[in-house]
Write a protein that binds this ligand. Structure first.
Ligand SMILES: [Mg+2]
Length: 229
């Protein structure tokens, strides 16, 4: 059976934080520095209202790693993986959120994407879809997924949001932690290889998750110095 994967969009593929800050700056006509001066809930609400009025706002987001989305597409085609993009984005003006997200993914080189708009529990969805693995940037979603389904979860903590305590909590729950999509793709390949031989068997985190491959010598081994003992 082909690998079945779930991908969250905002924070994993799309740079939502930057787009939200730019929308806030457009809204209030001033520079916004969320780290130094966080917006109060009333202002955040006004930004969301601004987004709700903006036509096809979800199409304007920048990808975090543009080439990696196209690479994910190629890997999914080659491996016969089935990928579901999952989001609970609220509506903006213009087209439906699902259509905007499909269009955006195609612009990044992922053709014919299956986008699921999911206002409810991601754990229930992962279970219903019999997903093997889900990538999400929210620990609460990852925890819900591993709690309610047999799917494995990977938490994406991008370098500017890295929190050692959060990462430790995730690993303690059997959730892998990555800092980029580029780091995630080799892990997917490993899960693909493992599940083809061990589907149905319980896998521990150490069985399927590591981000750094074993080191090997370069193509011309004579350019390398001997390993230190
Ligand atoms: Mg997200």
């Amino acid at each position: 059976m082909a690998l079945r994967l779930g991908f969250d969009i905002d924070g994993v593929l799309a740079d939502f934080r930057t787009a939200f800050r730019l929308a806030a700056e457009e809204c209030f006509k001033r520079e916004i520095d969320e780290a130094a001066d966080p917006m109060p809930p009333s202002e955040i609400k006004r930004v969301w209202a601004h987004i709700a009025r903006s036509s096809n706002w979800w199409m304007t987001l920048r990808p975090h790693e543009p080439q990696e989305i196209a690479r994910l597409y190629s890997l999914s085609r080659a491996g016969h993986w089935e990928i579901f993009f999952i989001t609970n984005r609220p509506a903006s003006g213009g087209d439906a959120v699902q259509f905007q997200t499909q269009w955006w993914l195609e612009q990044q080189g992922f053709y014919l994407p299956s986008v699921l708009t999911c206002p409810g529990s991601r754990g229930d969805l992962a279970n219903a879809l019999r997903l093997d693995l889900v990538v999400d940037d929210q620990l609460v979603n990852c925890a819900e997924i591993v709690g309610a389904s047999a799917a494995k979860a990977i938490l994406m903590l991008r370098p500017d949001e890295h929190d050692e305590k959060l990462a430790r909590t995730a690993v303690d729950r059997g959730i892998g932690v990555v800092s980029s999509l580029a780091d995630t793709l080799p892990v997917l390949g490993r899960v693909h290889d493992l599940l083809s031989s061990r589907r149905g068997r319980l896998l521990r985190l150490s069985d399927w998750f590591f981000t750094k491959p074993h080191e090997t010598l370069p193509d011309n081994p004579r350019t390398s110095r001997p390993l230190e003992q």
